[in-house]
Design a protein around this ligand. Structure first.
Ligand SMILES: O=C(O)CCC(=O)C(=O)O
Ligand SMILES: [Fe+2]
Length: 341
């Protein structure tokens, strides 16, 4: 659809929480003139990129404790040469903070201020991968809706709503399904089963990914996109802060709190209090998992929401081990949270 006004975006599109593709959202801005790899190399060739392997394709190898394969540093032009020489590589630039020089190609006048609530920013991330690469099904654990502006090359996008999480074989905010291995027919059947949505994304188009929707992207050709991660209300600022372990239960709570009910205030405060409990990191993880379950059980009783199954398995717990050990998740000496109600 054509670019909406800010009022329509905030008043209709965001509340509807359905995927949409916009054309002309950045019309007239410098980025609008960049529609191909060659033009991107011309405009941004010198910007530094960190090249790594996509997070989840290899049984979550890169997220496990002890993984220490460093990123490779290349300029954008060097990466373009690299993938021309090694078109089958799994190395790509995934979710790097958008380099300053690239960010200047957006004036960000139109939508940067949407959903403004004090204290939250609008971060932007940069993606550049070769044809044949993928971003496997995941939802964004920061609990922000996203505008993914597509610059160069073709991508295919596949989205599944949060309430279908159990069909995704969720692990953290990732799916165990390796969708890139599915045949076209399996993909179609899976999307029908999971109430999914798919589209082709062309240069100059911008995809709205609603909060906590699962998304998978195929790089049909070498492709560059830049996202803007939209502001959140207070509740989602906490749930997506990284202070809580992310899984499909937190996802369900976050979706619940998109438009908070009076009773969500109490749920929010119980989460804040639980975070402040002095427990060892491993015990805190278990206690928080139990709290998610209790809150969801209560919601089910209150609103008739569907039960959400799945326990924190040993394997999933092992994926949190690095954060627990390094003190980035549930640190021992907690924790007055900076997001106060
Ligand atoms: O395009 C990609 O590789 C992934 C995009 C994505 O996951 C996002 O914008 O949140
Ligand atoms: Fe994402």
């Amino acid at each position: 659809m054509p670019a909406p006004s800010r009022e329509a975006f905030e008043g209709d599109i965001v509340p509807a929480q359905r995927p949409v593709i916009f054309t002309g959202l950045f019309a007239g801005e410098p980025v609008d003139a960049i529609r191909s790899l060659e033009q991107a190399v011309e405009a941004w060739g010198s910007v530094p990129l960190a090249i790594s392997q996509e997070y989840s394709h290899n049984d979550f190898e890169s997220q496990r404790d002890g993984y220490d394969v460093p990123d490779r540093k290349m300029s954008l032009a060097e990466y373009a040469d690299f993938i021309a020489r090694e078109p089958g590589t799994r190395w790509m630039c995934t979710e790097q903070r958008t380099p300053e020089h690239v960010a200047r190609s957006f004036r960000r006048t139109s939508l940067a201020g949407v959903l403004e609530e004090d204290g939250d920013d609008v971060p932007s991330f940069f993606f550049f991968g070769n044809g044949g690469n993928h971003a496997n099904f995941h939802f964004d654990g920061d609990m922000r809706a996203t505008l993914l502006h597509h610059v160069a090359g073709r991508k295919r996008v596949f989205l599944v709503p949060p309430h279908e999480a159990e069909k995704m074989m969720p692990v953290k905010n990732f799916s165990r399904w390796l969708f890139y291995r599915f045949t076209e027919e399996e993909r179609a059947r899976f999307l029908a089963f999971a109430d999914g949505w798919s589209a082709a994304l062309e240069p100059g188009e911008t995809l709205f990914i609603p909060t906590a929707w699962w998304h998978h992207l195929d790089y049909v050709e070498p492709a560059i996109s830049i996202n803007f991660r939209l502001r959140r209300n207070k509740a989602l600022q906490l749930l997506g802060s990284g202070k809580l372990h992310i899984d499909h239960k937190l996802q369900a709570l976050a979706v619940r709190m998109l438009q908070p009910l009076p009773a969500d205030r109490d749920r929010f405060e119980r989460i804040v209090r639980a975070l402040a409990e002095p427990l060892s990191p491993a015990d805190k993880l278990r206690a928080m998992a139990r709290l998610y379950d209790r809150l969801l059980d209560e919601l089910r009783a209150e609103t008739g929401a569907r039960a959400i199954t799945g326990r924190l398995t040993d394997d999933e717990t092992s994926l949190w081990a690095r954060g627990l050990r390094r003190g980035t998740l549930y640190p021992e000496r907690a924790v007055a949270t900076s997001v106060e109600s």
